[in-house]
Write a protein that binds this ligand. Structure first.
Ligand code: ADP
Ligand code: ADP
Ligand code: ZN
Length: 214
């Protein structure tokens, strides 16, 4: 099963991608996590990506597409994967289609998690991220067992620099301009499914499972 998670920043793509990955036993591939790991590790890619990310802009397609196309060729992806945060532009979607079609396959579902902008701003200020393992929490809706400590790996949780309200506004504009057109793109391919992302996390997940099937 090959699944794409679509939605505004903070819609719940990461939260649901983790659950989809575990339910269908496929890897969860988050481009945001890959970039953050590269920034932490001080790599060339990390240095290039950081300025775009901190400003709330997209990293250029040339830095993203090859990375994902290489990743999905790995052995652990042979039964599928869930892509979280990719594609985010039409050229990225076309690059993905090309790579998947080259091996005679197709993407099965693009899951659009629908959340209005007003709900996003409040949600983001409560997000806490683990930059070591990629886990995500919310101070109110999904708090860690011990305040500011990751349940999974014990690292300190942070409020991401780009989750501050000023940057979130930029990211929402970028989403509407560059990523939202993917909804029409995948509707045209008959693989778009939409869930109401304002419901609680468990209900969003059960809706996704019902749409994806066994
Ligand atoms: P969110 O989970 O809030 O949607 P991500 O962790 O997916 O945020 O992405 C954080 C930042 O990383 C984005 O604002 C962007 O700068 C960069 N990024 C992640 N994925 C992509 C992508 N597919 N194309 C371009 N930039 C990306
Ligand atoms: P994305 O990957 O789309 O940026 P996340 O999965 O990181 O979004 O979720 C953004 C924030 O909102 C996180 O703090 C997360 O714990 C919280 N969150 C996710 N889904 C829900 C939900 N259905 N209801 C309330 N909060 C949620
Ligand atoms: Zn962690």
């Amino acid at each position: 099963m090959k699944v794409i998670m679509l939605g505004a920043p903070g819609a719940g793509k990461g939260t649901q991608a983790v659950r989809v990955a575990s339910a269908y036993q496929i890897p969860h591939i988050s481009t945001g996590d890959i970039f953050r790991a590269n920034i932490k590790g001080g790599t060339e890619l990390g240095k290039k990506a950081k300025e775009y990310m901190d400003a709330g802009n997209l990293v250029p397609d040339e830095l993203v597409c090859d990375l994902v196309v290489d990743r999905i060729k790995k052995e652990d992806c042979k039964n599928g994967y869930v892509l979280d945060g990719f594609p985010r532009t039409i050229p990225q979607a076309e690059a993905l289609d090309k790579a998947v079609e080259a091996i005679g396959e197709k993407v099965d579902f693009a899951v659009n998690i629908d959340v209005p902008d007003e709900a996003i701003i409040t949600r983001m200020s409560g997000r806490r991220a683990c930059l070591t393992c990629g886990a995500t929490y919310h101070i109110e809706y999904n708090p860690p067992k011990k305040a500011d400590i990751c349940d999974t790996c014990g690292s300190a949780l942070v409020l991401r620099e780009d989750d501050k309200p000023e940057t979130v506004k930029t990211r929402l504009n970028v989403y509407h301009e560059q990523t939202q057109p993917l909804i029409d793109y995948y509707t045209g391919k008959n693989i778009l499914v939409t869930v109401d992302g304002t419901q609680n996390m468990d209900k969003v997940f059960s809706d996704i499972k019902a749409l994806l099937g066994e």
